[in-house]
Ligand binder design. Structure first.
Ligand code: HEM
Length: 580
C-alpha cells in the first residue's frame, strides 16, 4: 500500500515537472535523485546495489528486491533464521545464491564437497576476511576467531601448547570431576526443595567456571554463587546481539537508533574487559614462588611469548585472547550438554541404552579417566556427537574469497564474494545423512569391531544395527560396539582441516565426564507443560527458553549424597538460585 501511494506521488510529481518552465533548486535535486534512483533500479532490478551482474548464476539465484537483494526478506522473516536457511536448502538444493547490500554475493552451500574445498583444498583462498571482522571486531578484537594468515597462525600455535594428553588426564579426574560434583550438590538441594532446575543456566555456569580457571586462573565460582552471573549475562547479551549482523549491513546505524542499545553493548563489553584486565594484571604481579605453585595455563603461554622483534603481548592483545577463548570454551560445550540432556529425556530408549552402558563399563565407579571417557563409552560418545550433528554450536559460517576461483561443481566465485554454509542445515540434509537425517539416532555413529577393522580409517557407515551386539555382554566392555568418527567435512560441527576446533577433545572430555557423573547419580524429568525447545537466534545455538528439569537422586545412590557435597562444603543454596 505504501509503495503504491509512493508510486502515485512520484507519478504526479513527474507529470507536474514535465509541464513546468521554471524549477526551484530543490526540484532540480529531487528530479536528479529520482533519475539516479530509476537508473539504479534498472541496473540492479533483482539484486543488491553494487553487486556485479551474474547471468551465469540465473538458475541458482534466489529472487531479490531491486537494490536490496535478499536483505529485506532475511530481516523481515518471523521465523528463526536457521529454520529459514534449512527450508531454503530443502527447496533449492545444495547451492543457491543471495545478495546483500555492502556485503555482496553469498554462495550458500550445503554439501561436504564444498566444505572440503573451502576449508581444505583451497584453504588459503577462503578467509574470515572483512565481513567477519566488521561483525565481531568490537567484541573479539583481533583474537583467533577473527584473524587470518600470520596473526591466526600465531594464536593457533601458541594456544596449541596447552592442549596435551597430560592436561586431559589431569582434567578428567580433577577439574571436570570437581565441577560435575558441584552440580550434583545443586541438584540435591533442588530436590530437597521440590524445585526444578534450569539445566541450560547451570551448564553455562559449569563450563564458565572450569574454563575461566583453567585458561586464565579466574575463579568465577558461579556455580556456587546464587543468582545469575554478571559475566555470563554480559556474554549472552553480546552473542545474541551479533547474530544477524552479517546479513544486515545497517546494524551500526540501527544500533545507534535503538534507545539504550549502544549503552548496553558498551556495558557488556566493559564487563568482559574488566575480568580480562584484572586477570592479566594479577598475573603480571605474581611472584615466581606463586607461579611455581600452580600449573602452566593458557595465559602463561601468551603472556610469556616473545615476538621476533623482541616485543611481548600488551594488555589489549591479552584481553582479546581471553574473550576469544571464553567464547570458544563456555557456550559451546554447555549448550551441547543442554541439547544432549533434552534429547535423552525426550528419547527414553536412548537414555536406557546410555544407562546400560554406564552400568556395564563403570560398574558404579566414579573414576573418570581420560582413556575410559574417550575409548570405552562408545554409546555415550555417539549421543554427544549426534547432539552436535543436529544442534551444532557454530550453526552458520562464511568465508570470503581472496581471488577468483571455481568451486568443485564448476560455479565461478569472484574475489570478495562469500561462500557460506550452515552446519545446522547440513546435519538435516537427507542427501548427506540419509532419510532419517532429522531423527536423533546415536546408532549412526556405531559400528561393530569387525567393521572397524574392515574399514580402516574410512568414514562411518550405518552397517551396525542399533541393537546390542552379540557376544559383547562381558562386564566392563560396552555392549554397543565401537564409536566411529565421521568424515570432517560431512560432520563439520568442529569445523575442519587447518582451522579444526582446537578444543574438540577438551569439549568431548568435559561433556563425557559431566554426563557420566550426572546420569549415574540422578534421574532427569522435564517439567511438564514446557514448549518443545527451539533455538534462540544467536551466534551459538542456545535454547530460546530455560530447560526446566526435575532432578531426583537415584535410590541406590542416596547413600553417596555426602560425597557430592560441593567443594566448598555448601549444600544450602537458596531456592532463588535454583530456579534461575
Ligand atoms: C562442543 C563444543 C565445541 C564446538 C561444537 C566447537 C566448534 C568449533 C567450530 C565450529 C570452530 C570454527 C569456528 C570458526 O570458523 O570461527 C571452532 C574453533 C575453535 N574452537 Fe571450538 N568448539 C567447541 C569447544 C571448544 C573448546 C572447549 C575450546 C577450548 C578449549 C575451543 C577452542 C576453539 C578454538 C581456539 C577455535 C579456533 C580455531 C582456529 O580458528 O584455528 N572450542 N570450534
Amino acid at each position: 500500500m505504501a509503495i503504491f501511494l509512493l508510486a502515485i506521488g512520484v507519478k504526479r510529481f513527474v507529470e507536474r515537472q514535465m509541464t513546468k518552465k521554471h524549477r526551484s533548486p530543490l526540484e532540480y535535486v529531487a528530479l536528479t535523485s529520482l533519475a539516479l534512483l530509476v537508473a539504479a533500479i534498472a541496473k540492479y532490478p533483482n539484486r543488491a546495489i553494487f553487486t556485479r551482474a551474474r547471468p551465469d548464476l540465473k538458475e541458482i539465484t534466489a529472487d531479490g528486491h531491486p537494490l536490496f537483494g535478499n536483505m529485506i526478506q532475511a530481516l523481515t522473516s518471523k521465523e528463526n533464521p536457521l529454520v529459514v536457511l534449512n527450508k531454503a536448502f530443502q527447496k533449492r538444493g545444495d547451492i543457491y545464491v543471495i545478495t546483500v547490500p555492502y556485503r555482496g554475493r553469498f554462495f550458500m552451500v550445503n554439501h561436504p564437497m564444498y566444505i572440503e574445498y573451502i576449508l581444505k583444498t583451497n584453504f588459503n583462498n577462503y578467509i574470515k576476511g572483512k565481513v567477519f571482522g566488521d561483525q565481531l571486531r568490537d567484541i573479539l578484537g583481533n583474537g583467533i576467531f577473527v584473524s587470518d594468515q600470520d596473526a591466526w597462525r600465531f594464536h593457533r600455535k601458541t594456544a596449541s601448547n596447552i592442549f596435551t594428553t597430560k592436561m586431559y588426564r589431569q582434567l578428567a579426574e580433577g577439574a571436570f570431576t570437581d565441577s560435575a560434583r558441584d552440580l550434583c550438590s545443586i541438584f540435591d538441594k533442588a530436590e530437597s526443595l521440590s524445585q526444578p532446575v534450569d539445566l541450560q543456566q547451570l551448564f553455562l555456569k559449569l563450563t564458565m567456571d572450569a574454563f575461566g580457571k583453567l585458561t586464565f586462573g579466574i575463579e568465577f565460582n558461579s556455580l556456587l554463587t546464587e543468582g545469575r552471573s554478571e559475566f555470563g549475562d554480559a556474554f549472552d547479551y553480546l552473542t545474541a546481539n551479533v547474530d544477524g549482523r552479517v546479513i544486515n549491513p545497517l546494524w551500526p546505524i540501527l544500533d545507534r537508533l535503538t534507545p539504550g542499545k549502544i549503552g548496553k553493548l558498551k556495558g557488556a563489553i566493559a564487563v568482559l574487559d574488566r575480568y580480562a584486565y584484572s586477570a592479566v594484571h594479577k598475573r603480571r604481579a605474581e611472584t615466581e614462588e606463586e607461579r611455581m605453585k600452580r600449573p602452566r595455563d593458557l595465559l602463561d603461554h601468551f603472556i610469556n611469548h616473545v615476538r621476533e622483534d623482541g616485543s611481548m603481548l600488551n594488555d589489549l592483545e591479552l584481553r582479546d585472547v581471553f574473550v576469544n577463548f571464553m567464547i570458544a570454551g563456555r557456550d559451546t560445550t554447555a549448550l551441547t550438554l543442554t541439547w544432549q540432556f533434552y534429547s535423552l529425556m525426550a528419547n527414553p530408549r536412548i537414555l536406557k541404552n546410555v544407562l546400560k552402558e554406564l552400568d556395564v563399563v563403570l560398574q558404579g565407579s566414579e573414576i573418570y579417566t581420560y582413556e575410559i571417557m574417550m575409548q570405552e563409552l562408545p554409546y555415550l560418545k555417539a549421543v554427544f556427537h549426534e547432539t552436535l550433528r543436529l544442534y551444532p554450536q557454530v550453526p552458520r559460517n562464511a568465508k570470503e574469497c581472496v581471488s577468483d576461483d571455481v568451486l568443485p561443481d564448476g560455479t565461478v566465485v569472484y574475489k570478495g564474494e562469500l561462500v557460506a554454509f550452515s552446519t545446522y542445515a547440513m546435519g538435516r540434509n537427507r542427501s548427506v545423512w540419509g532419510e532419517d537425517a532429522e531423527v536423533f539416532c546415536p546408532e549412526r555413529w556405531l559400528v561393530d569391531e569387525e567393521d572397524v577393522e574392515k574399514q580402516g580409517s574410512s568414514p562411518a557407515t550405518r552397517s551396525t544395527p542399533p541393537q546390542q551386539q552379540q557376544g559383547s555382554n562381558m562386564k566392563g566392555v560396552s555392549p554397543f560396539g565401537k564409536f566411529k568418527m565421521e568424515n570432517q567435512f560431512k560432520f563439520n560441527s568442529f569445523n575442519a582441516s587447518p582451522r579444526l576446533c582446537l578444543g574438540q577433545t577438551f569439549a568431548t572430555l568435559e561433556a563425557m565426564v559431566t554426563s557420566c557423573m550426572l546420569l549415574q547419580k540422578f534421574d532427569f524429568k522435564l517439567v511438564p507443560g514446557q514448549p518443545i525447545p527451539e533455538p534462540k537466534p544467536s551466534a551459538t545455538l542456545p535454547m530460546l527458553n530455560p530447560l526446566m528439569t526435575f532432578t531426583t537422586r537415584k535410590q541406590h545412590n542416596k547413600s553417596s549424597m555426602m560425597t557430592t557435597t560441593s567443594r566448598n562444603g555448601d549444600s544450602s543454596l537458596s531456592s532463588s538460585y535454583i530456579s534461575v
